[in-house]
Design a protein around this ligand. Structure first.
Ligand code: G6P
Ligand code: MG
Length: 220
């Protein structure tokens, strides 16, 4: 039996929210008196908000009290929510609708598997919430990627065995989480960075429907 369910990461796979996360983290870093570069922002992909703040404070050489830490978490998220407020369907990444449409036409279930606690409002803004048969996000997990928890919960919600699930991911930790879940991992982005993935594509424009068809009909 081939792949019978597909799980999508959100940030960097369905929408490019990394730029908004970057702006919000950069604003906080600047307020705290240091710079935060786009290159450093790469380290934040797929990483929980709490862990991102820990890394940011490390970069700035700042030791925070618990109270400051909690306040900065809230502040960053409030700024991020302002940046994403006006997001709409025009921000869906190229050919994502092509892939979702292909799967929906074949009644293949799809789930979201994201570390973000803002996943639902973002899917609502870009009008993709109704397309998903299951949503697993940062509010549902206790262990962050590369732990497979987020994807295993998604597979369970779809009632599909992990080895029959395909995961689309743009983060190294996400590819590792998919591999740890025993799922088929597909890297969306730089193949050198995502070298642990089973398959690699720069973006969905490079992914043919014939490729998707081959995944769903492969004999396991
Ligand atoms: C995704 C992004 C990360 C972000 C995390 C938490 O995994 O790639 O950069 O830190 O979600 O997002 P949140 O919206 O909960 O702050
Ligand atoms: Mg991502």
């Amino acid at each position: 039996m081939g792949a019978s369910a597909f799980i999508f990461d959100l940030d960097g796979v369905i929408v490019d929210t990394a730029k908004y996360h970057y702006l919000a983290w950069k604003k906080l870093a600047n307020e705290l008196g240091f710079e935060f570069t786009k290159e450093q922002n790469e380290l934040f992909k797929g990483v929980s908000r709490k862990r991102c703040l820990e890394i940011l404070l490390d970069i700035g050489g700042i030791t925070a009290t618990q109270e400051q830490f909690d306040r900065w978490m809230v502040e960053k998220n409030e700024d991020y929510l302002e940046y994403i407020e006006k997001m709409d369907a025009s921000e869906i990444l190229l050919d994502v609708p092509k892939v979702i449409g292909f799967l929906k036409d074949r009644n293949i279930p799809i789930a979201l598997g994201s570390a973000s606690k803002n996943a639902r409002p973002i899917l609502e803004k870009v009008k993709l919430l109704p397309s998903f048969d299951a949503i697993v996000d940062g509010n549902d997990v206790s262990k962050a990627k590369p732990d497979p928890e987020v994807f295993l919960i998604a597979a369970r919600k779809l009632n599909v065995a992990p080895e029959n699930c395909v995961v689309f991911e743009d983060a190294v930790a996400g590819i590792q989480a998919a591999n740890n879940a025993d799922m088929i991992s597909i890297g969306i982005g730089d193949a050198q960075i995502l070298s642990e993935a089973d398959y690699n594509f720069n973006d969905f424009t490079e992914m043919s429907l014939a490729f998707l068809e081959s995944l769903t009909s492969v004999q396991a």
